[in-house]
Write a new protein. Sequence first.
Lengths: 285, 376, 362
Amino acid sequence: MNQLSKPQRVFRGFLLGLVILFFMFPIFWIFLMSFQTNEQILRIPPSIFFEPTLINYQALITGRLETQAGNLDIAFMENLWNSVFLSSSAVLLSLVLGVPAAYAFARYRFRLGEDIAFTILSFRFAPPLLVLLPLTLYFEDIGLSNTYTGLIWVYQLISLPLILWIVRGYFEDISPDIESAYRLAGHSWLKTFLKISIPLARPGIAAAGLLSFIFAWNNFVFALVLASADKQPVTVGALAFVTASGIQYGQIASGIVLSVTPTLLLALYAQRYLVEGLSLGAVKG
Amino acid sequence: MTEVQLSLNSVDKTYYGKKIETAVRAVKNLSLQIKKGEIVALLGSSGCGKTSTLRMIAGFEDVTGGTIQLSNRDIHDLPPAKRNVAMAFEGYSLYPPLTVRDNIAFALKAERISRSESDSKVIEMAKFLEIEEILDRYPSSISAGQQQRASLARALVRKADLYLLDEPMGQLEPQLRSVLRVRLKQYLQVHQMTTVLVTHDQTEANALADRIAVMEDGELQQFETPTQLKHKPANIYVGTFIGEPPMNTFAAEVKPTGKGFQFRLEETGEILDYQAVDFQQSLHDQLIKHKRIVLGLRPHAVKLGKGALMAQVISNQWLGDQSHIAAEFANKIIVAVSHQRESFKLDEKVPFQLEASDLHFFNAENGNAIAHGLEI
Amino acid sequence: MTTLQLDRVTKKFKADVVLDEVSFEAKAGETVVIFGPSGSGKTVLLRVIAGVHEPEEGKVLLQGHDMTDVAPEHRDVGMAFQNFALFPHFSARENIASPLTALGKSESQIEEQVHSIAQLLKIEHVLEHLPRALSNGQKQRTALARALVAAPKTVLLDDPLRNVDAKLRFEMRLELPRLLRRFGSTVLYVTQDYREAMALADRIAVLLGGEIAQFDTPESIYLRPDSIEVAKLFGEPAINILRGKVNEQANRVSVNQNQFIMPKGFHNKAGKFCEIGIRPESIKLFREKRVGAISYEVITITPLNERSVVLLRSQEGLELLATYPAEEQTAKIGDAFWGMVVPEDLLLFEIETGQRCLSERN
């Protein structure tokens, strides 16, 4: 029963191939598109054979787009930098706040503990649109509109719950006896937290951090509403390619490739941690 | 001559992994003939193949090679339900929505007996295993030990050709284990139930079994009565596995002297001196062939008080019905057992002697037994 | 000199009272074993002493100082856990060194002390390994080394031999007393195995249902148990408990139609019912009739390592378990024996309370 027969293996390979095709095809196509001119992209029937060109990337990097209707300034590289800055800062802040909080939830029973934890998780379920309108008004009032601070703060809604829930599971999996043993060896609570608890939860912290980074990077709605042009990340910045003279598919494609590449690389590099972190944290012994 | 009830013939079990290289041969060419009414224990440490063997007999694993016969019919190809075998599992597996009483009675459903007969059987069994008070409770509300006894009851109450017990006492408190073993053995003997039980606890195997099959790494080491295993272990593995306090082993050089033998312990140089008259001629001839052997000695061989050898007392442990005196000799800890309350001064050097008849001699290369002092 | 004292310590988990006004003390260098069945509160007790749990009521005193509110790292306590609790990301060496690094010792001092204790526990060859590369026996010794290396005043051992195979457990039981003696600390040792308790303890605290049922030397507990419950916990197989009626002269007690000779000094029990306890090893068996002996038939014989357990049944239906040395095992099922119990070996217990009856001589 453990051996798959030859036809079963072939069939399994075929199914896997289909699945890979299904998921990878859009990415593959966009990658191709990023090396084509608009005319090549819009040609019917579409073809995978063409003369590759770098003008799309050139336009993004130099910040100037030359079209039939005229020249356009593109702030894509600024948007890329905004994405990096906003996502990293948000995740960093979430880690600093979330990891100790996760520890508290894991180790201590306090009144309404579960309720508070669940409330924080519920932020992930709630549609962002729910809070956006009130937020814009408040932000105007307290002067946080279109500030990095404001955005990083709002991004906590995305990253903090994730870190809390994943890392909490990891801390719960560490036997309290191990921490007690370090305390009994003569070390203070803080030393124990830094030398024992955090290192042992590291896979979970890494996984949670990575995942939060990806979600923060992909966020569209918050940045759209709460940021103006100079603070916008790539998700919003891509809208600029929908111009009066037509949709610049080529630039969109290269923009997508550039925005997806960092997170894709990070995820590929850390995919082992991601799967381990997500499942281990969830399954309690 | 009691007839053979269960027969395993060259049974083999291999577990295949993803690659050819990760195949594990869990049971290697195992042959056992078990008589009707006999209680047999499969004994060994984890991974030795005993559980795989039990599962093959039950039908939960396929037999990779060889055959199994029960009551003279081939069962290795039959599904478990058709084998007429009852099994008590290690994980007790009681049905949660049924009371203990109904769990046990469930096993009797397949037998066409009257309700009153079924009831009385359940009560008889419950009395036996001392779970009468919990008959009407649910599995979730009783202790691990009680669950295990209920699971046992469920397996034993059926009429079957063979009873399989997987670590039947693992969850019970030590004092209860002894009492229950007596009851279980009594029940199995009175009702002439052919039983195969799996355990890693040699105390349990010794207590319950008529014969014990010691397994290691998928291979059968020896299949004999507990007494035979104790007095004539086939190799060092069996010798050191069976018995508590365990057998001590010492690597020794054999030096025939004109008048007998000297055994020089390799690690520390102590010399055990024996006259020729201590050994039978056949034993003498066997020993002559080897330059190096491994000596085995059991606790009752250590007679403290007088002798040519010296050991240093490291602890006196009185356990109520016996005393264990531990002493260091030739870099090992030997234990003398006394059924009186006895103690020696700590750290004192005490003389002792070892009778040749109490020694076991093993081949230093392959661990097999050369001869046993008792054969003298 | 008392180095450890518990004063009416009570610990609750939600509504569950796990420790109920537990009090006892241990002298310097003494080994006290905390013994009881699972769920009796032994591990919680140890953790309260370690400072991992805080008691609801009561005090913990170490070296005469009230440590009840003191954090674990300041109690000078070494602890070995049942599931070892080794730091998975530290090597065995770093594990053992951890109590020494907290004391701010120099590298070379730490090196020396770690090496010394590793040699003692025979694990110096695996010091560089991570816990996952160690066998259970090696893990247990590493945990022990870590608990002992800084020579703390109090050593807490939470069932350290539980997760170790039978062979090694037996060996360690013989070696531990010598090891602990070398350090001279006050040791609190938790176990469920009565043999371990009797072998290692200077005194045993029997913990039942969160309360101390008896706190005495192993000898006193075994020979003079305070209650049936305590008597049943020590000895394998468990003590035979039978209901009997004492005659008017208080020199015989009858269990149905069988009679045993009573020990002297129980005139206050004349004509009354009581529970009698007979340890299996107290029943001496003879082939020939003796005065006061009862005739039994052998029903089952079960070896128990160095002894044999035999189920006996008298003609009148009385069933008893008896044990004798394995070398003397010649009996077969169906054999007849005469069994005698030395009167002084008979224990009497009150029916309602299960408490042991004391003779007029005590």
